[in-house]
Design a binder for this molecule. Structure first.
Ligand code: SF4
Length: 466
């Protein structure tokens, strides 16, 4: 099966609009305060009947310095001791959630994100794992997928082997861009050497996968400068690459106001960088997994895409289907059955809730039947690049063509533009349509204003396609 995609600049320009990246459906914009700790307890208790495996997410919000483009939930501080009271709350939360979970249930997947997880000391990582092991049943080593985001600027040489000993087998490194001019503009100075040292050390101690994150569309970037970054990255041939489009939304992200907007590449340059990157990575042998993600042909993500088991989740893509996700720490998101749950967004509110009741759920969303149907379609488009009409019709006992008559009408121009094909059995995305996955998925999103890309609501909330 060919995994190549076509870069059609005219089509990308034509369909460039504001829209979600669909790490969930419905997106977090729909979360509301009707979902609280009581609902979460109800859902957790109910979920034990299924005995599904578990995925744990830990949000470590601390960073030593501010990268101006960053829209993550973070706390900038130079004081390592800030993490001590935070971890105390994480341990309380672990105890509280584990008391509600059947001890039979096994943790197969675990992820530390941030912020900067490596803000923590080696001893703190060991302490967290003591707490995790006391409260949860970890899967046998060969069945685990334990991953962590690493900031090469903020990691001690000892930490990489310590994390490996604790069972981590995947790391993802924030790089964004190696060009000194770009690094200065975004306030993230990171040398090639310190990045390569982390990769070498991870490989030396047996991590299964190294992933690198880059961002295009940052200030001062050009096609040539970004190509130089790719040339450098290729010296280490990471197993996976995430290439994100920078979303300049200063009305939402305060630190982005610090960037000099005049330094941002214009739309044509940004598109040219993206085109160069897609072609570069394909020529280098990488497979396009979907929405910003590339992987080597022998990576598990590539196999999962080929055999239909790929999943889209809050971390991007995953090979682990059908786990319940438990979140720990401020802003963390969980998913139990057909319900999303999110923790308090600020450290103070998170501490106050954990101290009072052991949980810090502030909002979430319970999917209804229509949401579930649309979620399955969007997942299928994002991961398998096709939707089986029979599967959806049988699973939900609907007449697909009647149920989605408006959406089908909306798909016709995309068929004419050769982004997808459509018959009575399936919707299938073409090679040219793969870079416009989110536009195709948006047709099935009940919460997106269907009219056009000028819609103010979509504009304020979501980034552009490119
Ligand atoms: S990009 Fe990463 S290191 Fe930089 S401020 Fe954001 S979370 Fe912190």
């Amino acid at each position: 099966m060919s995994t190549a995609i076509n870069f059609d600049a005219d089509m990308i320009r034509k369909y460039d609009r504001h829209g979600p990246r669909y790490t969930s459906y419905p997106t977090a914009v729909q979360f509301n305060s009707e979902v609280n700790s009581d609902i979460y307890i109800e859902e957790l208790t109910k979920s034990n009947q299924s005995n599904k495996s578990l995925s744990l997410y830990f949000h470590i919000p601390f960073c030593n310095s501010l990268c101006f483009y960053c829209a993550c939930a973070k706390i900038i501080t130079k004081k390592p001791e800030r993490s001590i009271p935070y971890l105390e709350r994480i341990y309380k939360e672990l105890r509280h959630q584990s008391a509600l979970i059947s001890p039979e249930r096994v943790v197969e997947q675990l992820h530390f994100g941030g912020g900067t997880p490596t803000f923590l000391s080696d001893e703190q990582f060991e302490e967290i794992f003591d707490n995790i092991r006391e409260n949860f049943n970890l899967a046998p080593v060969e069945e685990r997928e334990f991953s962590i985001e690493i900031d090469p600027r903020a990691v001690r040489a000892s930490t990489i082997p310590v994390l490996r000993n604790l069972g981590f087998n995947r790391i993802s490194l924030g790089v964004q861009d190696f060009d000194p001019k770009v690094q200065k503009a975004v306030n993230r100075i990171q040398s090639v050497e310190q990045t390569f040292d982390v990769i070498d050390s991870a490989r030396a101690v047996g991590y299964k996968s190294v992933s690198i994150d880059l961002i295009y569309g940052l200030p001062c970037q050009t096609v040539d400068s970004f190509k130089t970054t790719l040339d450098l990255v290729m010296q280490k041939r990471p197993d996976r690459l995430s290439i994100y489009s920078y979303a300049h939304m200063p009305h939402k992200v305060k630190s982005q106001r610090t960037l000099n907007a005049a330094d941002l590449p214009d739309a044509a340059t940004k598109l040219a960088i993206f085109e160069m990157t897609v072609n570069y990575l394909q020529n280098a042998g990488y497979v396009y997994i979907g929405m910003d993600h590339f992987a080597l042909p022998d990576d598990e993500l590539t196999y999962a895409k080929q055999n239909g088991t790929l999943q889209r989740n809050f971390q991007g893509y995953s090979t682990h289907a059908d786990s319940d996700l438990l979140g720990f720490g401020m802003t963390s998101i969980g998913q139990i059955n057909d319900c999303f749950i999110q923790n308090q967004a600020t450290e103070d509110a998170y501490f106050a809730d954990i101290d009072t009741g052991g949980l810090a759920v502030t909002r979430g969303y319970r999917l209804n039947k229509d949401d579930c149907i649309r979620r399955d379609i969007i997942q299928s488009l994002m991961c398998q690049n096709r939707v089986s009409i029979n599967t959806i019709s049988n699973r939900y006992q609907i007449n697909f063509f009647e149920y989605f008559s408006d959406e089908i009408t909306e798909l016709f121009p995309m068929v004419e533009d050769k982004l997808l094909t459509f018959n009575e059995k399936e919707i299938s995305i073409t090679r040219a349509g793969q870079l416009l996955l989110r536009n195709i998925a948006m047709v099935f999103d009940a919460y997106i204003e269907p009219t056009n890309d000028k819609t103010l609501k979509n504009k304020v909330i979501f980034s552009r396609t490119i």
